[in-house]
Design a protein around this ligand. Structure first.
Ligand SMILES: [Zn+2]
Length: 143
């Protein structure tokens, strides 16, 4: 259900870092319980692919189940921070239906985005805590 790819131009990255990034990503995608109809691709990418100040973003096409999550390459070295970002983006995926509804029915883009971000952040913080409690001993080898 998930795939991991890295942009070939990531010259600053070491092979070990990329391998750890891939293994940890696959582990999270396997454990997190996203519905199997989702096809999630996680891409480690150059900075200019993301909005200013963003560490990650999720992109999907409404009514389709293919999702791509982009990460800035500096996350490669901060895998614990990256884990937090990945879980956050996966909550966005899990809340896709609510997101689509609010986007259509909210009068204000700022209001809709504020509601989504604060809700997703609250859930993702809990996910991060629970994920650490459940799996730290298994995933720490990729930190
Ligand atoms: Zn978010």
């Amino acid at each position: 259900m998930g795939a991991v790819r890295t942009e070939p131009q990531l010259k600053a990255a070491t092979r070990t870092d990329i391998k750890k990034f891939q293994k940890l990503t696959e582990f999270v995608l396997d454990k997190i319980g996203i519905e199997p109809q989702w096809h999630v691709t996680v891409t480690l990418d150059q900075e200019d692919e993301l909005p200013p100040g963003a560490a990650a973003k999720v992109v999907w096409v409404t009514n389709y189940r293919d999702v791509e999550i982009f990460f800035e390459y500096y996350n490669l070295k901060d895998r614990r921070g990256w884990l937090r970002h990945l879980l956050h983006e996966l909550v966005h995926v899990q809340m896709h239906a609510v997101d689509a509804y609010l986007q259509e029915h909210s009068g204000s883009l700022d209001t809709y985005q504020g509601i989504m971000e604060s809700t997703v952040s609250e859930i993702a913080n809990t996910q991060f805590s629970l994920f650490n409690d459940a799996y730290y001993d298994e995933y720490k080898k990729w930190l």
